[in-house]
Design a protein around this ligand. Structure first.
Ligand code: HEM
Length: 144
């Protein structure tokens, strides 16, 4: 799935990756400073991490359904399962904060943020393997 030759999934994934890290960073700074600003920052970043992750997941799912040969590779399923785990935990992290927006995220919100970082690392690593090892999503024609 591409826009003028640029893969949409690859364009979208940067946002949830950065926002997952921003949420964990905000929880860390709240623990450090006790400034409630970081509670609100994490509420917004966790929500956008979840919804932009869903958008990236939709683009990725279209690819896994339509790209020829992709479903035969175990690496595709490793990435898919890790990404679904990430989206589930990211959704829980946002929902947890939404229930009581001004409550301290310590310790459970911060624990969910930590788990999100672990799963974004696993999903991102395996997504990168799909592109750089298995050459999925690349246009290889016309190279020197
Ligand atoms: C939930 C369903 C998902 C599916 C089915 C899926 C599928 C894919 C596929 C087919 C690729 C290789 C082709 C391409 O780059 O477009 C890929 C790459 C990648 N995916 Fe996913 N993905 C999903 C979700 C996610 C999520 C939530 C993240 C991270 C937040 C993510 C991170 C990545 C990364 C970093 C790459 C490498 C992109 C690059 O360097 O070009 N994916 N994914």
């Amino acid at each position: 799935m591409a826009l003028a030759g640029h893969p949409i999934h690859a364009m979208l994934v940067s946002f949830p990756i950065a926002l997952v890290m921003a949420t964990a960073g905000s929880d860390f700074f709240f623990w450090w400073t006790a400034d409630p600003f970081w509670i609100r920052a994490a509420l917004w970043s966790s929500g956008f991490a979840f919804w932009l992750g869903i958008a990236a997941g939709i683009a990725g799912t279209v690819e896994i359904l339509l790209a020829p040969g992709i479903r035969r590779r175990p690496a595709s399923w490793t990435h898919f399962v890790a990404a679904m785990m990430l989206l589930a935990i990211a959704g829980a992290n946002w929902g947890f904060r939404l229930a009581e927006p001004l409550a301290s995220p310590l310790p459970w919100g911060a624990a969910l943020s930590g788990l999100c970082v672990v799963f974004v690392a696993i999903a991102g690593w395996h997504g990168g393997k799909l592109v750089f090892e298995h050459q999925i999503g690349l246009i290889l024609e016309g190279r020197d």
